[in-house]
Structures are given as C-alpha cells and as structure tokens.
Design a protein around this ligand. Structure first.
Ligand code: BGC
Length: 928
C-alpha cells in the first residue's frame, strides 16, 4: 500500500456505523441512490486551526467518490442530476470560510433549500437517500450547545424532514470533527425513515473516498466510538464547568465519559463508548480466563457469524471494589482488534494485562496509603464484549473475579501538582438498590514545599571552559563527552539555545513552525545544526503553501482501535517528514475528551486514557520508524479552547494521574517519546510551561523521561514556586521547571534576548542557574543528535534564495522603487524593485493585525512570481509592527514584487528591501 491507500484504509476503519436498520447499508448493485446536502461536495477534511492546516494536492468528496466507484465497480447508480444541481448551487453559494481568518470559519454551512419538486423527482428515480451533515471546530473555536454546532440547524432539520417525507430509506453521513447531538435520530418528524447513520468524521484528503467505499460495502465498517454519546449535552458531568473563564473546576473528578455513565447514569447513554456496528455479526466467546497472581490471561474466540468479511474489537472492562476511594463501574483495561475475518472464520486471541493496572491513586490518605497507587481489598470483576454497556461478565478461573483480602500498594509516589485550594469533587455512594448516587467530598490540597523540592534537585554546574575545539560532530561520534562540549558554551549562547524561533525561520524548511538548537552563528560554529518542527498532528503544515498529505483527524484514528494500522500510517508520515527535512511533527495530541464541545477534540483521541495512550504510542512508533519523530502535546489538561492561555484547570491529583496525565504516561513509558509540548493553560495555579511538579517531578523523575520539552507557541509562564501572574517573559521560571525550549521568539532574536525575557535577570538574581540552562541545553542536544538533522550535511545557518533578473533595462511604464525606499505593492499593479548591485538584500515588512495574539498567519512575498520570503503575521493588537522576513540574494536588475497574504485581516503597511553586508561564510545560497 502507498500513503494514500493507507490513509484511505484508516479513514475506512475509523468510520463508525451507529445505526443500520433493515440492513439499509451497504448499497447493492441494483440500488439507485440520491445524495443530499452540500457537504457531499464541500466534504470536510479536517478541523480548523494549526491541526488541520495542510495544503493538499487533491482531496476527495463523497459524491464524486461514489460516482467514481459506480463507474469502476459493481455499485449502485448515483443520481447525477441532483448532484449537478448541487454543484451549480454551490458555485453560486460558495463554501463560507469566514473570510479565511484565524478561527473564523463557521461551524456549519448554509444548506441548499429543497423544493417538493426536487424531492419528488429524486424519489421517482431512487429508492435510497443519503444526507450529509457537516460540522467543524478547532483551535481557538470551541463548539457550543447551539444550533449549527452541537445541534442541527433549522435548515438541516427541515432538509432531513423533506428527505424523510420522500424516502423510506435514509442514511445520514456525519462528516463531523466532534460528536454532535443525536436526539434527532428518533424525531417523529423523520417518520422512522432514518435507517442508518454513519459517523464518517473528517477523514483527511481520502475521507470522501473512504466514506463512499463504506456505503458501497467495498469496506465494512469496524470503527468503535471512543466517546460516549449521551442523550443530552447537559448529561456530561463536565458540562457544568466547561467553557468557564479563570478557574475551571474538574468536579467530575475521575468520572469522565463512560466512567461517569456506567457508575451513575447508564440510562442517559444513547450510544455507549466502544460501540459500532458492522455489516456482519460476530460472537465473542471467552475460552479461558486465568490469573497468575499478577497478570490476567484471557483467551477469546471471535467468530464472524455473518455473510461478509469484517473486523471486530474485543474490549475488556474491569470493575474494582468501591473501597474507600470510590471507583467507576467500568474501566477499559485492554482491547484487541481481529484481523479481517472471512464469513464463518474465527480467530483465537490472547489478551493479558496486570492487575496493577487497576490500582487507584490515593491522593488523600483515606486508604492509609497517602500518595500511593492502591489496589483496595475486595472483588475485581471483568467483562468482555464489543462496547462498554454490552460487555458481559467473565469468570476468572471459574470464580466471580479476583478477590483481594487486603489492600495492596502497587506504587509509592510523592504528592505533585495537587490543588492549592480544596473544592468539591464527585464520588459515588451506594443508593441501596445496587446503583450509585452522586455524593461530593473535598479534594485534598497540596502540602508540597516547592522551593525545597526544587532546591534539593538542582543539577550540577559544568564549569565554563571556553572554546576547546570540540564540535558537535565529536559528540555524535563519541569522541567527546556532552559535558566537555557543553562546557564551551557561554551563558548568552545557552540562553539563545533555549529559545526556539519562528514561524518562517530561514534556518529550517521555510514555512514550518519553528527552528531550534543551532540557530545563532556561534552555536552553528560549534557545529550544532538547527532542528525544525512543524504542525501536526494530521499532516505537515508548511505555510508557504507546499503540498503535503493530510491524514484523518485524531478521533477517527482512535476509532479504528487499531494501533498496528496507525503505526503503519505514521511510518509513511515519518518518511514524509524526513523528505521535507523536518525533525518532529507537532503531534500526537492526546488530551482527554473531557467534554464534547472542546474545539480541539478532533485532534485528540478519546475520553479514555488507555485508548488515547495506546493510539498515541502507535503514532509515535510509526513516526520514529519513518525516521523522524513526534512531539506529544498538550501536556496537560488542555480541555477547552476558550481562554486557553488564561484558564486554570483545577483538578484533583487523583483525576490528573488516573485520567489526564495517563495517556502521556503510557506513551512516555513506551520509550517512543523524544519530544513533548506543554500546554498553554495553568494546572492548579502553575502554568504548564513553568509547572515544576508536572515537568520535573512527574514527567522526568517519576516516569524517567529523558527527552526534550518545549512550550506551546508564545506560551506564558508564572513563578515556578509562588505561582501568581503569568507572562511571556518568565523564561527563567520555565527553565527551572524543566521545560527546555521556549517556542517561539521572533526570527534572529534568540541571541539578543528573545522578546526581552527574564533569563539574564534571573541568572543575576539567582532565580536561575547556569547549571539549569546547561541541563536544558543537554536535552536539546540529545534530541538533535537522534534526529534526522544530525544525519544531514550541516547546512549554513540560513539558506538564502538567489534571483537573477531577466529585466536588466528599466521596465517601461512600471512603478520603480529603489533599495531602502518604503513601498507597498498593490493588487494588479506592476511594481519593480531596482537592485543596483550583486548583494544580499534584507526584506522588512511593517504590518498590523487585530485579533487574538495567538492567531497565526503569513504574508508571502513574491519576487518575479516566485515565493522569496514569508512574513510571519500574528495579531499585533492593532499596533504597527516591523518584522524581518528574510534575506535574498539579488543580482543587479529589476524585480517584480508582489504580496500574497494567506489570511485576511493583515494590513501590510510597507516593505523595505535594502542591501546588507553579511558575512559570506554564513551564506548558503540556493538558486531558484
Ligand atoms: C497550538 C499548537 C501548535 C502551535 C504551532 C499553537 O497555537 O496550540 O498545537 O503546534 O501553535 O502552530
């Protein structure tokens, strides 16, 4: 399989068939099918924001894919007349991208009105109808419990009603980034005619094709929900506190998703976690379950009892005794997907896991084991099946389960990242009828003296040696020790190293998110190359417009429940990264789906930490195999986009460890993580980028992480001991916390103090030591030495583009500007720069932009039609700002200059292009 085929396979396997009455699907060869809804053509590929910003060379939509299939294979006939009507209407009513601004794309699109005549005509020709409903959301844009986001719009409801009035067999395809309300399935307005629902998600560039193949039965749905679909948005226990500003209380504690519903409210579930239908049927039979005192070994036979080939997912859930801590009634402990089973074929599967995996974290000492993972005494029961509700009890060695006579401590830890103030959290209380009611209890608070903790864990300083002639290559070849190498680097260069630059740095592939490592001439002179990373997670984002592949969204990937497939997919991605000289993809994103309205859920995987951690590990393994790496993000508790930089996630230590940190822990402990990104938000008062307990106590010391830690872009930090006000300047506190790289400062500013951060002053006042900077430098160098960049030929600090003019004479009638003269190219007007001599030219741009200062955008500067430089344009809060876009090499002549902003709202005020004397040794000129 090639990359595209693998993407298509993944998009197929992640599609979840929620309903299929009367076996409406798959379509038969003699079916005549009509497709409604504009999204059949405007088929969404991915969510919005950095996670889906991939320039693709092609993409697929549902109807063209259906038509393609019907032409090539034995497949249903598609109503092309209506398809043509939709195409024409879309031409007149183009896709609304909210003017292309950052986070401005609406959640849904206007729908084509349907007349009774259209319906009647279609019904004359066709017996089955499909309606495609599309939704998007993303970074900086949460969903809302409103029509058009969580709910259907009136237009959509009306369209569906009309379709159902004309057709008895209606299939709804959900081309969505997040789960949405599903109550309409039973709406009497639709006369029971909605027979099938396919949750096709956003499947990347192959998504349309994959959905069409599923509908036609060329692939059999085998995706399973990674989230519970409840009957109402308010039933999710986090809904009460979701979307708040300031302190965001995680009062539901560990009772997230099915953990909550299985314990307190099974009747509120419409589609359970783990659910998904197939065109065939399976039986899952437990042959044997044996406990050897440590591990449980379960042998299962899965049989395809239906008529077509398919795959099934065996899910094992556990129920721990309530004990003193209180537990959820179901916890996913393991899962395995079968191979493609032919009709009547069966597969024997062995599933094993440790009982230890069921231990709970005692954050209050109530079990007598404060800050320990404890298996409380009592009966541990196990269930297997193909969703959280359907799973049936398993006997273990012929008994009800595993009975522990006394509490067993499985891990002794130290208190970390606990809340500073107590708040009420949820816990179950037996209701006397075999169920549980919700009680609350006070969360324990932090007793940690952070100042002491930090002091007792200071790294040792390596005395400064000055340049001893040791180069980075000596480190790579093992000729020199990293201590001796680092000893040569002075404070200024150490400080420069902990500042990543971007976006649009010329020191790496232009258009990617950041350059880090050897980004100053002095560091480069030591032989340290500059590493580069790009968004992610669904594909490589290159803002200059370079085309790369866009894979399905994270949630879809997780719905495959197929880590092997995901690993294969990301091996292709890893190879693509190497091809583009990129050392890390900014992903996977593994934050928990705490609430369905989080805009970035599409990048993330699940409400369940085991599933999220397992899929993330597969992603990373694939990227590593492909030769590059991933940067797992956003560490941690980044569960809403509203106030993403100012919100403080207030969470108990137990919920953090058992739910929100767990996917990271699983991935880190697998050994596949080389790079990690902290999140924007604060956790219990300490911003993630300067959260010592998060990054050092837990990640590095407890989990043994040796890799690199970077901040999210333009992150804020606060005092790592006292907390307090956050700011983008507190890089000293960031380093002290164990976070190695600040992302990002403006290009070429790392040596001169970044954005006037406090590293120098912290070194002076003792809030930061040279040893801590050296420790960060070591992590950065270690990362670089195992990255693709270490294998590439060391390139000059910057690669400049070189242009030769084909216009030596002054172009007649054109506007001419001389070097150093401010100018502004206008749309449609020819404007030429006169380069008087063979020299390097510096391009500076002045612009202003309103809006969120995290919004990302670019203006490309074209010289003679070629992309010469890119001006990174974040919001400037309305103020005029000058940035240095790039340097180019020009031979004498006249050059046509044009400006192409990639997003609206950027007001470029002027450009100045002037020649500069630059040390030619540093130049790497690449001819256009
Ligand atoms: C996002 C990150 C992303 C980074 C670089 C930030 O705004 O939160 O996920 O990797 O930008 O684009």
């Amino acid at each position: 399989m090639n990359f595209a085929e693998k993407m298509c396979q993944a998009a197929e396997e992640g599609g979840v068939l929620l309903k299929n009455d009367n076996a409406m699907l798959p379509f038969c060869t003699d079916d005549k099918v009509v497709v409604f809804g504009r999204c059949q053509f405007d088929y969404y590929r991915s969510g919005t924001g950095s996670g889906g910003s991939v320039h693709v060379s092609y993409s697929t939509n549902l109807t063209d894919s259906l038509i393609e299939i019907s032409e090539k294979e034995k497949a249903p006939a598609i109503d092309r007349e209506l398809a043509q009507i939709y195409r024409k209407w879309i031409e007149l009513n183009p896709f609304d991208n909210g003017d292309g601004g950052w986070a401005s794309e609406p959640w849904c699109q206007k729908e084509m009105p349907l007349s009774a005549e259209i319906i009647a005509d279609a019904a004359k020709n066709c017996g089955k109808a499909v309606y495609v409903i599309g939704r998007t959301a993303g970074e900086d844009k949460d969903n809302r419990a409103e029509k058009g986001s969580w709910y259907l719009t009136d237009e959509e409801h009306d369209t569906l009603k009309k379709i159902c009035s004309g057709f008895e067999n209606v299939c709804v395809v959900l081309n969505v980034s997040n789960i949405i309300d599903m109550e309409w399935i039973d709406d009497p307005d639709f006369c029971g005619h909605i027979r099938s629902v396919l949750l096709a998600w956003h499947g990347g560039q192959e998504g349309g094709r994959a959905a069409a193949r599923l509908l036609c039965g060329l692939a059999n749905p085998c995706g399973k929900l990674t989230d519970t679909i409840a009957r109402h948005i308010d039933y999710y226990p986090s809904s009460k506190n979701f979307g708040k500003e300031g302190d965001i209380l995680y009062q539901e504690d560990i009772y997230v998703g099915y953990r909550y519903f299985s314990t307190f409210a099974p009747e509120e579930v419409r589609f359970p976690f783990g659910f998904g239908l197939s065109y065939t049927n399976f039986t899952i039979q437990v042959e044997k379950a044996h406990f050897d005192g440590e591990k449980l070994y379960i042998s299962v036979k899965v049989k395809n009892t239906g008529k077509c080939p398919g795959k099934e997912v065996v899910q094992i859930y556990a129920q721990a005794p309530q004990g003193k801590l209180g537990k959820s009634q179901r916890v996913l402990v393991s899962f395995k997907k079968t191979k493609l089973l032919e009709a009547t074929e069966s597969q024997d599967m062995q599933i094993d896991f440790s009982l230890e995996d069921l231990a709970s974290y005692d954050d209050s000492g109530i079990t007598g084991n404060e800050f320990c993972y404890v298996l409380e005494k009592g009966l541990y029961e196990f269930f297997t099946g193909n969703d959280a509700q359907a799973a049936q009890k398993i006997l273990v060695d012929g008994r009800e389960g595993i009975f522990l006579e006394k509490n067993l401590v499985t891990k002794k830890l130290t208190q970390a990242v606990a809340p500073s103030h107590s708040f009420e959290r949820m816990r179950p209380a037996a209701d006397g009828n075999g169920g549980f009611s919700i009680q609350t209890e006070k969360t324990p608070v932090s007793k940690v003296d952070l100042s002491e903790r930090i002091k007792s864990n200071m790294p040792k300083e390596i005395p400064f040696s000055g340049d001893k002639g040791i180069r980075f290559s000596d480190l790579l070849s093992g000729k020199a020790s990293s201590d001796d190498f680092i000893a040569q680097i002075d404070d200024i260069q150490l400080a420069a190293m902990v500042r990543g630059e971007g976006m649009m740095s010329q020191k790496v592939t232009v258009g990617i998110a950041a350059a880090y490592g050897g980004i100053t001439q002095k560091l480069r002179d030591l032989g340290i190359p500059a590493a580069g990373c790009s968004d992610g997670p669904s594909g490589i984002r290159i803002d200059t417009g370079k085309e790369t592949n866009l894979m399905p969204i994270g949630t879809l990937l997780a719905c495959t429940w197929n880590p092997n497939l995901i690993e294969e997919l990301f091996t292709f991605e890893g190879k693509e990264l190497v091809e583009y000289e990129i050392d890390s993809l900014l992903g996977p994103g593994v934050n928990i789906h705490r609430n369905p309205l989080n805009g970035r859920n599409f990048e993330y995987y699940s409400e369940d930490p085991l599933l999220a951690g397992t899929i993330a590990t597969a992603v990373l393994r694939g990227l590593n195999k492909g030769g590059s790496s991933g940067t797992i993000k956003h560490f941690a508790a980044n569960n809403q986009e509203l106030c993403r930089r100012s919100g403080n996630s207030v969470i108990s230590e137990r919920a953090l460890r058992e739910i929100y940190l767990k996917p990271f822990e699983i991935a880190v402990k697998s050994g596949e993580v080389k790079s990690l990104m902290t999140s924007y938000n604060a956790i219990n008062g300490h911003w993630a980028a300067s959260n010592y307990d998060l990054v050092t106590t837990i990640l590095r010391k407890e989990w043994g992480y040796k890799g690199l830690v970077m901040t999210d872009w333009w992150a804020t930090m606060n005092d790592c001991v006292n907390g307090g006000k956050e700011s983008i300047r507190k890089t000293g506190s960031m380093i002290r916390s164990g976070n190695d790289v600040y992302m990002v400062v403006d290009n070429d500013c790392a040596e001169s103090g970044g954005h006037n951060d406090d590293i120098a002053e912290s070194l002076k006042n003792g809030k930061l030591s040279r040893a801590e900077l050296q420790q960060a430098a070591r992590h950065i160098l270690d990362f670089i030495s195992i990255s693709p960049v270490a294998k590439r030929k060391l390139r000059p600090l910057k690669i400049f583009k070189s242009f030769t003019s084909n216009q030596i004479q002054k172009p007649a009638g054109a506007v001419i500007v001389e070097e150093g003269e401010p100018f502004l190219p206008e749309n449609g007007k020819s404007l030429y720069l006169h380069a008087a001599h063979d020299a390097m030219y510096n391009i500076n741009g002045t612009y202003r932009k309103e809006g969120d200062d995290l919004s990302q955008s670019v203006t490309n500067i074209l010289i003679d039609g070629e992309n010469a430089a890119s001006l990174e344009c974040r919001s400037t809060a309305g103020l005029e700002t000058t940035v240095n876009a790039a340097q180019v090499h020009l031979l004498p002549g006249y050059y046509k200059i044009a400006l192409i902003p990639t997003k609206p709202g950027i007001e470029t005020k002027q450009l100045v292009i002037s020649s500069e004397v630059i040390n030619p040794v540093t130049l790497g000129v690449c001819p256009m």
